[in-house]
Write a protein of this length. Structure first.
Length: 391
């Protein structure tokens, strides 16, 4: 009996090996953002932004004499993995991707193609599937080198912009889904650097969202303005925070509205061989500024504003459809997925020539808009009551 107990204890001791593979925090280099640019001789340049822990100690940056909380290291290679191994030789700590929430593709490498670059981020166990993906105007490493004043580093600035939902918000897993979708089209937000007022230094520029980049079969083929990007977001049911300003039909001036509920539904149909997509959009919002002399507590005048809101949304969508259907011929709306789900047999016959079918699809817009609240006051503020139009 004792022998059995001793044997059991011995066997248990074999699996109680402790933290033999532990990695101390002091031995880890935490990556906060990564940039990928095109280099010479068919190579790419990988740049990573690494957080400096000791910069927060001893009274912050003033106590350490440092000017930044991060450092940027770069290396070239034929693949991301190759460049990553070369960067590791420049950093005395083990590089850790688990906290990296921002990945930026340079404009040149985006035009060359990003399909094979996504594989490393998806295959490696450390990068997060919920990390945000971007394209930069110019070189992506310049974004990492920028030194914004409000946030601690450029990665935090970009991540906070995405959290506000003011532009396209695309994660790694969403990018993979788009690249593998039936349309093989994708869209990513564009980051541009804007000079900081009162500063002439190159590194003092601040990252801003600037429209979106359109990808076809993994290659960037064009850009959309901020207005056109909002049109795509309306169709994709991704509008969350935006302000719509419309011109009053009666009176003078503009009215600004803040949508509080947006719902868009894609309804595909095939009748007598004609492919059609009905886009049903419903918008609800409230008035945040009345720059006219109209009393919008009058239901008739309020209805005019609702019609103006509907026409503005419709104009945004139609302009975006014209660009993507007839100019770029790229389906980033998800039409192919909607048709494949409802008409799998019919879609199977045209999936190999979807670029030819997509521009011929008839788009029917059915938009309804409602202004639920006129704000905290009824009549326009700052205008004498005698000048306010009641009807």
């Amino acid at each position: 009996m004792k022998a059995r107990c001793h044997l059991a204890i011995l066997l248990c001791s074999l699996i109680l090996c402790g933290c033999w593979d532990r990695i101390e925090v002091n031995d880890v280099a935490i990556v906060t953002a990564a940039a990928i640019d095109k280099a010479e001789d068919q190579e790419l340049e990988l740049s990573i932004q690494v957080f400096i822990p000791r910069a927060l100690g001893g009274g912050g940056l003033q106590g350490t004499g440092m000017k930044s909380l991060t450092i940027v290291r770069s290396a070239r290679g034929v693949t991301i993995a190759d460049a990553m191994s070369k960067i590791q030789m420049k950093i005395p700590r083990l590089i850790f991707w688990g906290h990296c929430k921002v990945y930026i593709y340079g404009e040149e490498i985006a035009k060359k193609g990003i399909a094979d670059l996504v594989d490393y981020l998806a295959r490696h166990p450390q990068p997060r599937n919920r990390a945000f993906m971007y394209v930069s105007k110019g070189r992506a490493v310049d974004v990492l080198l920028s030194n914004p004043k409000l946030e601690r580093d450029s990665a935090e600035t970009i991540r906070e912009l995405s959290g506000l939902h003011v532009g396209m918000e695309v994660t790694l897993i969403e990018l993979m889904k788009m690249l593998k979708s039936p349309s093989k089209a994708a869209i990513l937000p564009i980051i541009d650097l804007v000079p900081t007022p009162g500063s002439s230094q190159q590194t003092s520029r601040t990252p801003n969202l600037f429209g979106s980049a359109i990808f076809k079969e993994g290659k960037m083929i064009g850009q959309l303005s901020e207005r056109a990007t909002r049109g795509v977001m309306w169709v994709r049911n991704e509008i969350d925070s935006t302000t719509v300003t419309v011109k009053a039909k009666k009176g003078k001036g503009f009215v600004s509205l803040l949508p509080i509920r947006e719902v868009t539904e894609l309804v595909p149909s095939i009748e007598k061989g004609k492919w059609k997509m009905t886009v049903k959009a419903e918008s609800e919002g409230f008035l945040i500024q009345n720059g006219t002399n109209l009393n919008l507590s009058n239901p008739d005048l309020l209805h005019l504003m609702q019609v103006a809101l509907r026409k503005d949304i419709e104009a945004r969508m139609r302009g975006t459809f014209h660009l993507l259907q007839h100019d770029m011929k790229t389906d980033v709306f998800g039409f192919a997925t909607a048709f494949r789900r409802k008409y799998p047999k019919e879609f199977a016959q045209v999936k190999d020539r979807w670029d030819e079918v997509f521009p011929t699809i008839d788009v029917d817009l059915q938009i309804t808009s409602y202004i639920r609240r006129p704000g905290l006051i009824n009549i326009p503020g700052g205008i004498p009551g005698a000048e306010v139009r009641q009807k």
